[in-house]
Design a protein around this ligand. Sequence first.
Ligand code: HEM
Length: 206
Amino acid sequence: MSESIIVNNIILLLFAGYDTSSVAITMVIKYLGEFPEIYEKVLREQMEIASSKEKGEFLHWEDIQKMRYSWNVVSETIRLLPPISGAFREALVDLKFEGYDIPKGWKLFWNAPLTHTDPSFFPDDSKFDPSRFEGAGPIPHSYVPFGGGPRMCLGKEFARLEILVYLLNIVTRFRWNLLIPDEKIVYDITPTPKKGLPIRLHPHNA
Ligand code: HEM
């Protein structure tokens, strides 16, 4: 393997493993700032888990499994603002799709934001509604923030762990408000708040 391929793989791993989760956390902060009633539900769930711990006791795997509502909120966040907008696949055979002929060997880009806002899968698609993920949740391949198939994100469970642990730590300490309500989000590879999403933190015990 050439040095440039090794360097490229390392850079990709750093991006895949760091920017994606940090963008997801940023967007959760945005939505929780926008929807105080959803923040309250997350706080209640996280407080229940935090208060079941002795002082200084670490979180356990079972605690993460109890963060169901919180994960539904994260899932809805990355439905509306997926950290990665898609990836490439190669057509292994000639195929037809929606009236288009796609020859074998062509490269295709599957698009997460478009898939996630298809109203036949997600009625009232622009509404932030974590209850979409209750029960069986969306049908397979209609929800693809981590991709799908054999090349699906291999860091998904690690990402879930770090996002939920972060959420517990911030929500049990602070409320916050967004200093620029309706701040524009642009896709600059990943979704990026135009002005850096400034917030004001309010400690619970102030
Ligand atoms: C919210 C966080 C994350 C999101 C939304 C995300 C999303 C994705 C997506 C969409 C793909 C392409 C999958 C496909 O083509 O089907 C991918 C691939 C990948 N992700 Fe993630 N990812 C996240 C976190 C992570 C983390 C934390 C790591 C590593 C610690 C990681 C490592 C990778 C790697 C190595 C691949 C390439 C897998 C392959 O080609 O076989 N990701 N990710």
